[in-house]
Design a protein around this ligand. Structure first.
Ligand code: HAM
Length: 434
């Protein structure tokens, strides 16, 4: 029989890697809380319209990467049918749906929410690109001031600082204007690209008709050359958007956050207006492996059925951050809490050992249990193998007189203590699990 494998583009995160994930999860939770963001948890799947309407039907994410969710017994379905569901490819659309559904427009604005979890995209799997990946996002809904753009970029930046990943980091930033500026931008791009259409890839020929802004997002080599001389969105946006953008940049200067003006940064999702940004390693000039990205999306709440409400947010890619942490050899807070290992010989001793598990864990210490069927020697070998600090040995004699042999596995010294003194002994010798 074939052995079963995890689906392509998914993976198991094994115990040895959990320390990196915990480090990041703790840092994002801490920073989001400091910045006054509240946690929200959202469904892993939503009505497909939540995504098609917001991310945009002409984008790669919707056209090529959405996973449908349905029962095996259901009939054929399409993106257009009413009750179709899709696995979330990102978090913003779900947050906005939740904002509207839960009447958050009536709460004190702005609403500041953060989330963390799996996202699903049918991407081409490679290093740093998975079909299930972990993302942390933050959304600030209900404020249009450039100070909110800056606050959002600062929060993401501070997460990187907290993790020690800011050394080689830079923010790519651009403005892509709002609904007022779009007709002018579209017209300029269409007329420029029409003059170069013979060198465009098939995707870009389609984009020329359906969504000209996306032309700037193409990574194809021949399209890249054309892109270099394309009209720049900053020159085409109206005075209001220009003023806003300059203000955002002033805040970044003030905060000493390094940035690069990148005129082709339109991002892969259609809901953005005005500011767009991405975090990348300085040498990753082609933005092949962005660590995070985001921007303003002032039209999205209305597009999904709510009142017109400005908003801005970002998403970080945790898988890529873990890879970078490993590569950077940053030392992590020590997670190797020392543990004690219970060793027992005989039926009565086994009973005591089990009740000691309860006592020791309630006191906040980490405990493990050696395989009972084994000899004393084999159990001690096990205790050493799993890196225990102490072995607690209960033989027949100890079981009778309520004592325990405590063996220090570092220096092999041992002492006999009475059972009721055990916890106060550990209080002096061991650190607790937080
Ligand atoms: P995004 O840029 O599509 O933005 O995704 C955010 C981050 O997720 C990326 O910068 C990248 O690090 C990571 N990522 C994306 N796809 C993959 C993949 N296949 N494998 C591994 N990591 C990946 C958004 O999702 C927006 N919702 C961000 C946002 C929030 N904008 C406003 N608010």
């Amino acid at each position: 029989m074939d052995s079963l494998q995890s689906p392509r583009g998914t993976r198991d995160i094994l115990p040895e890697d959990q320390q990196y994930w915990n480090f990041i999860r703790q840092a994002v939770a801490k920073k989001a809380t400091y910045f006054g963001f509240d946690r929200i948890d959202l469904p892993m799947f939503e009505n497909v319209k939540t995504f098609t309407r917001s991310i945009g039907s002409g984008t790669d994410i919707v056209e090529k990467e959405l996973y449908e969710v349905k029962r095996f017994s259901e009939k054929q379905s399409s993106l257009e049918s009413k009750n179709n569901f899709a696995l979330r490819p990102e978090g913003t659309a779900g947050v906005v749906r939740a904002y509207i559904q839960n009447g958050m427009q009536y709460w004190t604005q702005p609403i500041k929410l953060w989330y963390l979890g799996s996202m699903f995209r049918y991407d081409r799997p490679q290093k740093g690109r998975y079909r299930e990946f972990q993302s942390m996002g933050a959304e600030l809904i209900g404020d249009e001031s450039p100070a909110s753009d800056a606050q959002i970029i600062l929060l993401a930046w501070e997460v990187f600082v907290e993790l020690g990943l800011d050394n080689n980091l830079i923010v790519d930033i651009n403005t892509i204007g709002d609904d007022n500026c779009r007709p002018k931008i579209r017209k300029a791009l269409v007329s420029y690209y029409e003059n170069n259409y013979q060198d465009l890839c098939q995707d870009c020929l389609n984009r020329l008709k359906s969504n000209p802004l996306r032309l700037l997002d193409c990574k194809n080599e021949s399209c890249n050359k054309i892109k270099k001389n394309a009209p720049q969105t900053f020159d085409l946006v109206d005075e209001n958007c220009k003023k806003n953008f300059k203000e955002v940049l002033e805040y970044l200067d003030e905060l000493n956050i390094p940035y690069d003006l990148n005129p082709s940064l339109v991002r892969g999702l259609d809901y953005y207006t005005r500011t767009t940004f991405e975090f990348r390693q300085k040498e990753d000039t082609e933005r092949q492996s962005a660590l995070g990205g985001g921007g303003r999306y002032d039209g999205l709440v209305e597009l999904l059925g709510g009142q017109p409400t400005p908003a801005v947010g970002f998403g970080l890619g945790l898988d890529r951050m873990v890879e970078l942490l490993k590569k950077s050899r940053i030392s992590l807070p020590n997670e190797n809490i020392s543990q004690v290992c219970l060793i027992s010989l005989g039926e009565r001793a086994k009973l005591i050992a089990v009740s000691l598990i309860q006592e020791i864990t309630r006191a906040g210490f980490k405990v493990t249990f050696a395989p009972q069927k084994d000899s004393l020697k084999a159990q001690l070998r096990f205790a050493n193998k799993v890196n225990s600090a102490f072995a607690l040995i209960i033989g027949q004699k100890e079981a009778l007189d309520n004592t325990i042999i405590v063996k220090n596995l570092d220096d092999s010294s041992q002492e006999i203590i009475s059972r009721n003194k055990l916890i106060s002994y550990f209080n002096k010798k061991l650190s607790r699990v937080n």
